[in-house]
Design a protein around this ligand. Structure first.
Ligand SMILES: [Zn+2]
Length: 199
């Protein structure tokens, strides 16, 4: 299948004049892309999702309906599920200490970083400054977000590690083997290294 040479943007979406969107990317109804946002090729931006200024999105990224992304750095092949929230400023205020309204230069940008191939589950909330490792799987279980990861992460606060996942997103067993695709891993310095490739 050939890639279209232009993005496809629904008429009800709003893409700021300073935003850049790559070829083959689809922008669905009522999505909003702020100024100075870069989005790569062949992405899907779901209904009513939002990209705050200075967000950087790679290629082949899928963003679900109603996801809110503020100033994040997102690598290729990442999945952001519906209603996920990625914040940017860890100390937000409506006004400055002198009582004046905060303007664009008053926000402290500490973007969420999502490494290649990771998945952010539906409704997950990721605080600014957190880095999600390659192929990590962040999901909601009970109170707050929990993660399963195949790479070292910095996810803190209410999140906790509950295991390791394969490149295919299946949970590894106690011997770090994937029951779905037969890949085998080992741990080195708390990083998962693939020692037997899949089919
Ligand atoms: Zn697998």
């Amino acid at each position: 299948m050939t890639t279209p040479d232009r993005p496809a943007v629904e008429p009800s979406a709003h893409v700021a004049s300073g935003a850049r969107i790559g070829a083959g990317t689809r922008v669905w109804h009522q999505a909003q892309v702020a100024d100075d946002v870069e989005i790569g090729t062949c992405c899907t931006l779901g209904k009513s999702c939002y990209f705050g200024s200075v967000s950087r999105i790679g290629n082949d990224v899928k963003v679900g309906n109603h996801a809110d992304i503020f100033g994040a750095r997102i690598d290729d092949d990442v999945m952001i599920s519906p209603h996920a929230l990625l914040t940017e400023d860890r100390t937000p205020r409506a006004t400055r200490p002198d009582g004046q309204r905060q303007g664009p230069g008053d926000w402290t940008s500490t973007p969420v970083i999502v490494r290649r191939g990771a998945t952010i589950g539906g409704g997950a909330r990721i605080a600014g400054g957190v880095e999600i490792g390659a192929c990590a799987l962040v999901c909601i279980r009970g109170r707050g977000s929990a993660r399963r990861s195949r790479a070292r992460q910095g996810l803190r606060q209410s999140a906790r590690a509950i295991g390791w996942v394969c490149r295919c997103a299946e949970t590894l067993d106690d011997q770090l083997r994937c029951p779905r695709c037969a890949r085998v891993y080992e741990l080195a310095a708390d990083r998962l290294i693939e020692i037997q490739p899949g089919p």
